[in-house]
Each structure stands twice: as C-alpha cells, then as structure tokens.
Write a protein that binds this ligand. Structure first.
Ligand code: BJW
Length: 249
C-alpha cells in the first residue's frame, strides 16, 4: 500500500512539511467544506465566511460557528491525527501546517501546529478586539446574538474569512518551512483555497518531493510526485507502520 520510494524519501529527508485540510478530520465525524454533504452544500460561502455576511446576519453566522464548535468539542482525534503526531517523533523534523480550525491535531498530541486559518475555540469583539468569555457560547448556543461585554460590539470566531489576511507569523513560518522542505505531504485538502494552496508549489520549486493523501485527487494532484488515494485515517497509520518497520530492518 505504501510505495517503498516514499519510505526511502522520508528516511532520507531532514525536513518534512505536512499541510492538512478538512479531510483529515472527516473520519472524526466533522464535515468538510466542498465534498458532497459538506458545509458548502448547505450554505453559500459568501453567506457565512466573510465579514460582510457576518454584519448582515450575525445570528446565522454565530449560530453556525457555535454549532460547529460544539460538534468539534464532541469529536475525537482519529487515527490520521494520531499517526501524524507519532510521525513527528519518527523523523528528524516535521512541521505541521493546518488549514483546520478544530485543534484536533493538538488534541492528538502534535505539539507545534501552525494554524493558517485560526481556530474556532476563541471568539473576539469585532470592534474592540476583546476576547469573549466562555459565557458567550451559552448565549450563542441558545440561539441568541452574543455581543461584547466591554463595548457591545458583535463577537466573531477567531477564524480567517475570505478576503482576510492570514495571520502573518503563521503564514511566514509556513512559507519558510515550505522553502526548505525535502518532502511535503498534502493531506485531505482540496487545494482550492489560497494562499495555503501555494505551499506545495513553493516546496516544489525548491525541489521537494510532493505527496498527496486524499480520497479523490485534489486540484493540486497533477503537481504531485506521488498520489496516495485513500482515507487519511488509514493511509497515515500504514505509512507510520511502514516507516517504523523499515527502520528496524
Ligand atoms: C479526505 C477524506 C479523508 C475527505 N481522507 N482526504 C488566488 C491567490 C490568492 C488568493 C486567492 C486567489 N483566488 C482567490 C483568492 C482569495 C481566497 C481564495 O482562495 N478563494 C478561492 C476559494 C478561490 N482566499 C482568501 O480570501 C484568503 N485570504 C486572502 O487571500 O487574503 C488576501 C489578503 C491579503 C492582505 C490583506 C487582506 C487580504 C483567506 C482564505 C480563508 C479561508 N477560510 C475558510 C473558512 C475558515 C473558517 C471556518 O472553518 O469556517 O477556511 S474557507 C474553507 O476552505 C476553510 C478551509 O480551511 C479552507 C480549505 O478547505 P479544505 O480544508 O481544503 O477542505 P475542502 O472541503 O475544500 O476539501 C476537503 C478535502 O478532503 C477534499 O479534497 C476531499 O477529497 C478530502 N477528503 N475525506 C483524506 N477521510
């Protein structure tokens, strides 16, 4: 299932960059965005994931994020998350960059995770920036609009919406790691959202070996050196096992 060439590449590599997307959390029961049955089947991105939409209908947007946050808190890291956390101890240097806001990588034990699109666990005031207290979630869970205790402004999730800049430090760090990676694993992402989708190309220009793990080929599949079709929660544990077996030979 795992080509020997990949094991050899991983064994020879000094720096591995992993880019994950919503697909890695699918086996934890969380919907992706663009797959059939995904979030964008139900809603148009422009109605939810941008500031204009939020100001137009804060109740809809807060309610959607509050419901997703609840589902995320009830979900568990799956074998894909766990295998990536274990992989970081099996190779010299692994940088994990995620577009996911769910923090399942951290819950699986990955220590340093570069979050490109923020996280869904914190909310802050759109006017004064104050972080919202835990009580705000009860308000949203009850279907009401939560506002800032300090200034009355609307509170929003600490995620990156369309048209917003990614956190500079996270993007700079991810870019820098892409420039020096020997191997890049792109896992469970459609490769449609930029600038995250540029990272594999940045790594490729510098000579990295690109690998995709996805149930269906992504928009970036043609750029890959190797495409492993399958679920992240099955392929990654197999990859880890193959690497460990080979190590012991
Ligand atoms: C499995 C699996 C299993 C299933 N195992 N696999 C060209 C260049 C640069 C930018 C742009 C550009 N064209 C347009 C833009 C702008 C825009 C953009 O990219 N739009 C495209 C859609 C065209 N980008 C932005 O607006 C970004 N900001 C920006 O560019 O700012 C510029 C700026 C600079 C300075 C000042 C001001 C502005 C921001 C993008 C923010 C994206 N936000 C979202 C929502 C975040 C919050 C939330 O979670 O609600 O992030 S959108 C959504 O898409 C979310 C995801 O992180 C992101 C990526 O999705 P992902 O993870 O790839 O999921 P899916 O569903 O697409 O794919 C799942 C995959 O998994 C599939 O391939 C499945 O097959 C696979 N899969 N099960 C393995 N078990």
């Amino acid at each position: 299932m795992i080509p020997r060439k990949l094991i050899d590449k991983l064994r020879a590599s000094e720096r591995i960059l992993v880019l994950t997307g919503a697909g890695i959390s699918a086996e934890s029961g969380l919907a992706t965005f663009r797959d059939p049955g995904g979030h964008w089947d139900q809603y148009r991105p422009e109605d939810l994931a941008n500031e204009e939409a939020f100001r137009r209908d804060p109740k809809l947007v807060q309610g959607w994020y509050a419901a997703r946050r609840k589902a995320i808190l009830a979900a568990l890291p799956n074998p894909g998350h766990l295998a990536l956390a274990a992989l970081s101890s099996a190779v010299p240097e692994l940088t994990l960059v995620t577009q996911n806001v769910d923090r399942l990588h951290q819950r699986a034990g990955s220590e340093k995770v570069i979050e490109l699109h923020g996280n869904i666990h914190q909310f802050y005031c759109i006017e004064c920036g104050l972080e919202a207290p835990e009580s705000a979630f009860s308000v949203m869970d009850a279907g009401k609009v939560a506002s800032c205790a300090n200034c009355g402004g609307l509170i929003r999730p600490a995620v990156v919406w369309f048209g917003e800049a990614l956190p500079k430090q996270a993007l700079d760090e991810a870019w820098a790691r892409a420039e020096v990676a020997d191997v890049l694993l792109s896992i469970g992402t459609s490769g449609l959202v930029y600038p995250a989708a540029h990272l594999p190309m940045v790594a490729k220009r510098r000579g990295a070996f690109l690998v995709e793990i996805n149930v269906t080929p992504s928009a970036l599949a043609n750029e890959m050196d190797l495409v492993l079709g399958g679920k992240a929660g099955e392929v990654l544990p197999a990859l880890l096992a193959a690497l460990q077996t080979h190590k012991n030979v």
